[in-house]
Design a protein around this ligand. Structure first.
Ligand SMILES: Nc1ncnc2c1ncn2[C@@H]1O[C@H](COP(=O)(O)OP(=O)(O)OP(=O)(O)O)[C@@H](O)[C@H]1O
Length: 201
């Protein structure tokens, strides 16, 4: 497939799946293979930036008041509270990237709660395609999450608990347009690319 060919279907692609399943790995391959065709949606948050994070790259860092105003203006496709912080994906962010000729990829963050996030996007009225990434087994998911070495033990346990809920939800018929089992990463990537580039009937 030529490097910079846009998919025929320009609707945003919502990628969800348990933490550590390989979502980031898969969409990074997609972005690398198709330069300038996709944009990862940058979320809004009320939390403080961590070292090395940048406004507009990792998140849009806003005040709780600004976040509330955006909610009141129906400006989010999904938003959630995690601890004392709020996270959300704004409609404007999606519209801006789409206007630039990019297909927006929404990576539903664990902080937003994948189940609630997907339900909210569906209710928001935006047209989107839904991809769920599944691990070959629960044991393998645990192995990847630990192998990544980014989480504390407490966080691993929390993510695995959350994963159970998400995997159950994914079995609900009609929620996702495709469920990809990320066993062999090349095979899983090919399935994702074929789905995204499927010609519009
Ligand atoms: N098919 C695969 N086989 C083995 N390891 C994989 C595979 N895909 C991804 N991984 C590894 O699993 C770990 C988790 O992957 P990744 O960070 O992409 O997950 P994620 O779903 O984006 O997680 P999060 O939701 O927490 O951001 C990484 O160390 C990655 O290299």
């Amino acid at each position: 497939m030529p490097h910079a060919t846009l998919p025929q279907d320009r609707r945003p692609v919502v990628i969800s799946g348990p933490s550590g399943v390989g979502k980031g790995t898969l969409f990074k391959k997609l972005f690398d293979a198709h330069k300038d065709c996709f944009a990862l949606s940058v979320s809004h948050t009320t939390r403080q930036p961590r070292a090395g994070e940048a406004h507009g790259v990792d998140y849009y860092y806003v005040t709780p008041e600004a976040f509330e105003s955006l909610i009141a203006a129906d400006g989010f496709v999904e938003h959630a509270k995690f601890g004392s912080n709020r996270y959300g994906t704004s409609k404007q962010t999606i519209a801006d990237q789409t206007a630039k000729g990019r297909v927006v990829v929404l990576d539903i963050e664990m902080e937003s709660g994948i189940v609630q996030g997907v339900k909210q996007i569906k209710n928001s009225g935006i047209e989107a395609r839904y991809v769920f990434v599944k691990p070959p087994s629960f044991e393998e998911l645990e192995k990847r999450l630990r192998g990544r070495g980014t989480e504390t033990e407490e966080s691993v346990v929390k993510r695995l608990e959350q994963a159970k809920v998400e995997l159950k939800f994914a079995d609900t018929p009609g929620v996702h347009d495709i469920i990809i089992v990320n066993d062999d990463v090349e095979k899983a990537y090919k399935e994702l690319e074929d789905f995204i580039y499927k010609p519009v009937a």
